[in-house]
Design a protein around this ligand. Structure first.
Ligand SMILES: [Fe+2]
Ligand SMILES: [Fe+2]
Length: 248
């Protein structure tokens, strides 16, 4: 494991440990037949930890990755407008988050481990997406390597800044389509090809993998990290993204 990945894993895990406490208090009232940690049926009205199904898990991970894409979009326009004032530390943190949470966990452990092998064997159109998804995962990793290498510099030349902006734009374009097709075609086809019992068990398996990979709640840790990055770039206020009224 290289030093950068070790550092981010440590910080994600540390962040996750703190966030896990928040996750435990963010409980929901039981109306799903779920049990408490000790396996007992909770009393009526008693709070239980939130249950997350496999696809809900995958799609909320896409939510984190889409927020990283919004950061990439912002950085691409900054690289074009004022490369010297563009914080390379934000590029590094976002690319590291994409590497550890998106590529090494979401893509490699969950999609390549469980989803894509099933999808390649189903009848119908979804099967054709398996190889494309794998190729896009591989291309994404190449681009992340490139962005991480650029982010080590003290400053980028005009030529490098333009290269960074182009790579960010093409990554965003690819991954927006990639995640949208997964959400609407690939995940539903995988769920349809998986028995109900197996689907439930896989939801629990995904949670176990997340804990094994991050030592705590990886989603909460990743959410905390992307929120920190957004704050550095002034992107935390959702209201600033409300579109202006159209021309009359
Ligand atoms: Fe994917
Ligand atoms: Fe995905």
């Amino acid at each position: 494991m290289n030093e950068t990945r070790r550092h981010l894993l440590a910080s994600l895990t540390a962040a996750g440990a703190g966030a896990l406490l928040i996750g435990c208090s963010a409980t929901s009232t039981n109306n799903t037949g779920a049990t408490n940690d000790d396996g007992k049926e909770p009393a009526p009205g008693e709070a239980v930890p939130e249950q997350v199904t496999a696809i809900e898990d995958l799609m909320r991970e896409h939510g984190i990755l889409r927020r990283a894409l919004l950061v990439y979009q912002d950085l691409a326009s900054r690289f074009r407008q004022d490369p010297d004032a563009t914080p390379l530390s934000s590029l590094e943190k976002t690319a590291q988050l994409f590497r550890v949470f998106g590529e090494d966990y979401h893509e490699k452990r969950l999609e390549e481990g469980f989803i894509i092998p099933v999808i390649k064997k189903v009848q119908g159109g979804a099967a054709g997406y398996g190889d494309v998804l794998l190729a896009q995962h591989a291309r994404g990793r190449e681009i992340t390597d490139y962005l991480l290498s650029l982010s080590k510099a003290d400053r980028l030349s005009i030529h490098q800044s333009e290269g960074a902006a182009r790579a960010l734009d093409s990554f965003v374009r690819m991954y927006e389509h990639h995640a949208a097709f997964e959400d609407t075609i690939v995940f539903p086809a995988w769920k349809a090809a998986t028995g109900e019992q197996e689907y439930q068990e896989l939801g629990e398996k995904f949670e176990e993998i997340e804990t094994e990979q991050f030592g705590a709640d990886g989603f909460e840790a990743a959410l905390k990290r992307i929120t920190e990055i957004e704050a550095e770039l002034g992107l935390t206020n959702l209201d600033t993204f409300t579109a202006p009224a159209p021309p009359k």
